[in-house]
Structure formats: C-alpha cells, structure tokens
Ligand binder design. Structure first.
Ligand SMILES: Cc1ncc(COP(=O)(O)O)c(C=O)c1O
Length: 408
C-alpha cells in the first residue's frame, strides 16, 4: 500500500521528468545538419557526427575535478603537441583566454597589449578588465594585417611611472580573421617582450589552420609564447572545449582559477574524446576548407566584388558595394533560395562541413544580383573612379544611377 510520502514522491517525480527529444528528432537533426552545410556565419556551428560520438562514449567516465583519465590523456597530448609542460581542458575559448591572462597577471595596475581586432578585445564582454582588472592597449596594425615589432615597441608601457599601467602581457591571435600572422614577426615581438620581462599569450583558437596551411608544426607555432589557448570546437568540429597550455606551475595556478571561475567539470571524458577524435579525423580536413575559401575569394573577385580581408585559411571578408549590392540584399535573397544559404555580414566562414555546392550557389547569387544592378544602371567603372578619386566611398547609392556625387 502506497504511503502518503510515496504518493508525494511519485508526484514530484512526475513533475521533474522530461523527455527532451521531439517526435521528429532525427528529421530535425538532419535538417540542422543540412542547414550548417549552407551556413557561412561561423565555424563554431559544425555538428558532431555519429562516428565522433560513437568514439566519445567509449571514453573514461570519471570526475575531472578529481583528474579523470581520458581528460588527463588529452591534456598530456596537448602539452606534448605544443611543446609545453602542461595543459588544461577548458569549457570554452573565452574562459581559456581569460584564465590564461588572469594567471599571468597578479596585481594591478597593469596592461595587456593586443590587436584592436582581437577576440579578447572585442568579443569577450570586457573580460580582461572584469576578471584581471587589466587595462587593454588595443593597436590597429598599420599594414591592416598583423601587428609589427615597431608597433609593439612603440606602445608597450614600461617602467615605474605611477601614471602608467605597465604592460605585463602581449596577447597575439593566430589566425586573426582567418589571416596568418607571419611567424618571423611573432618571434621578433616575443624576443622583445621577453627581454622586457613581458609575457606572451597566444589566442590560438584557430592555430590548427596555420599548421594545416603552412606545414609548420604546432610546437613551432607555440614556441614564442608562454601560454597558448587552442580550441577544439571551431575549425576542428568538436562539440565543446579548448585547452590552455604553459608551464607546470602556470597550469597548476590556472586549474585553481578554472575552479574559481566555475569551470571545473565532472564527467567530461566524452568531451575530451570528442576533441581527440577531432584532432585525428578533422585536422587533415582543414586543407579542403581552405581550398573552398580560396574558391569563394576568387569567385567574388571574378564578379568584381572587393575583398576586404583575404581568404588565407577559412574566412574571407568582402564588400559588395563595388558591384552595387548591399549586404542586406544578399542575406535576404540567400535566405529565400529553394535551398537557403545562411549569411551574416561581411564575413564568410568556411568549415569542414561546408558544402561545395553552397559556395557555388552563393557565388551565382552574387553574380545574379550584380547583373541586376548593372541592368538597373549601376556602373562599376564609375564606382571605381569614385573610390580611387576620394579614397573612400560614402555610400554606393551616391553613384547609383545618378552618377558620381561631387565631393570636395
Ligand atoms: C579567435 C577566437 N578566440 C576565442 C574565441 C572564444 O571561443 P568560445 O566561443 O569557445 O568562448 C573565439 C570564438 O569564436 C574566437 O574566434
């Protein structure tokens, strides 16, 4: 006979239970997988495959706050691969960068010097100020591509002037917007920074692409840095995870901060194994993604579209003003194709699950729009003259149909 407490427990169990899977889950997933093959918004959207998950469920099942074996094995591999003493698995690239910086920085006042476009500067919610109390010195590279030693030398804050926040970390990013930082420049910056007792951190979320493109080893690319953050969940296609690497002492402190930040994770063997699967099976596929990016870049150039940041690895940035088209029009028309293409703004990201057909469909769409604009009176030659004559364009509408708008 059920007691009162049993009845109450059964009621609670009834309230608690939840079936997350929809009736059409498999079909929904297939739709999602199809969508991401035609989405150029990011490489974080790749989906874990059945093969990856089949491998992952065989991982060890321990609690990683108490050092679980599969995660430890991945960390040991990452330390070896990067040529550092130790590594720490992190839930995200943001946490890996932020703990990476926090572990170097002990007591304000201090500053972190980086590229103005860096993820730590633009896309980590002001974390460097929040977590580390650090001032950021964001630099715009004069060459539009990467920071140079003279720029770093001219902008680091040295010495003991009480008005200043001395630079304690130079943080670089490679790739940055999909472009490859020349390694000889990195080495020069690193030699200079180290000579001034400044630490070097690398946001190497996509360092894999540099190795895949240039053939340089991961160790060689990481050598100039005291700490490096590498991501598994972007180009490599794992569902979750990044790794921070550095000296044993540094990683021991970072492990402490990871707990403090709430990033100590439990049964994550399955995530470590997904990352390991991605390293083995997906790293070799990056070259094909780079080829697709090159195809995108060349296709856009052939149409007359301006490339604003070159397709060196998995990203290319473009500006369709040169053919009289606005981003909004492309995004809108792409979403209405029989097989829609998902776009954001000027950035096109190719990933290992991008469909080559989506690249061709996108190029065909841009070509069609450019043709329509020409038919309607847009003159690319006038546009070019306008841009060359004035150094910049106010709006393509200025030269659309009405001709070049005089400026002084
Ligand atoms: C260069 C770079 N670093 C760090 C991150 C942060 O990674 P997460 O989204 O895992 O926090 C990103 C995210 O896209 C990134 O592009």
């Amino acid at each position: 006979m059920a007691t009162d407490i049993d009845a109450r427990r059964a009621k609670v169990a009834d309230e608690v239970k939840f079936d997350i899977l929809t009736e059409t889950q498999e079909l929904d997933n297939e739709k999602q997988i199809k969508q991401i093959t035609r989405a150029f918004i990011s490489d974080t959207i790749t989906v874990p495959t059945k093969e990856m998950y089949a491998y992952a469920v065989r991982a060890s099942v321990g609690d990683d706050v108490y050092h679980e074996p599969s995660t430890l094995a991945l960390e040991a591999h990452m330390a070896r691969l990067t040529g550092k003493e130790a590594a720490l698995f992190m839930p995200s690239g943001t946490m890996s960068n932020q703990i990476g910086l926090r572990t170097h920085l002990r007591q304000p006042p201090y500053s972190v010097l980086c590229d103005v476009r860096a993820h730590i500067n633009k896309y980590e919610a002001g974390g460097t100020a929040f977590h580390s109390g650090a001032h950021t010195i964001p630099l715009t590279p004069a060459n539009g591509h990467h920071l140079t030693l003279p720029e770093v030398e001219a902008n680091v804050v040295l010495g003991y002037d009480v008005h200043s926040a001395p630079t304690e970390v130079v943080a670089l990013e490679n790739t940055l917007n999909g472009t490859i930082f020349p390694q000889d420049e990195i080495i020069s910056i690193s030699d200079f920074a180290h000579s001034k007792d400044i630490k070097m951190h690398l946001d190497g979320a996509r360092i894999w692409h540099v190795a895949a493109s240039t053939g340089a080893s991961i160790k060689e690319l990481c050598d100039p840095f005291d700490s490096v953050s590498l991501c598994f969940s972007k180009g490599l296609g794992a569902p979750v995870g990044s790794c921070l690497v550095g000296t044993k002492e540094y990683i021991a402190k970072a492990r402490w901060f990871r707990k403090l930040f709430g990033g100590g994770m439990r049964q994550i063997g399955i995530l470590a194994a997904s990352a390991a699967y991605a390293l083995t099976h997906n790293f070799p596929r990056l070259v094909a993604a780079h080829d697709l990016t090159k195809r995108l870049e060349q296709g856009l150039k052939d149409i007359g579209v301006e490339i604003t940041s070159p397709g060196e690895t998995c990203m290319v940035f473009y500006d369709p003003s040169s053919v009289g088209v606005e981003f909004g029009e492309i995004v809108d028309r792409a979403s209405k194709l029989p097989e829609p293409i998902i776009l954001a703004g000027s950035r096109l990201v190719v990933h290992i699950q991008t469909s080559p057909a989506a690249v061709e469909d996108f190029l065909q769409l841009v070509q069609e729009l450019a043709k329509e604009k020409r038919k309607a009176g847009f003159d690319p030659a006038q546009y070019k003259a306008h841009v060359n004559g004035n150094g910049h364009i106010h709006s393509y509408k200025d030269i659309y149909v009405r001709g070049v708008k005089p400026t002084n």
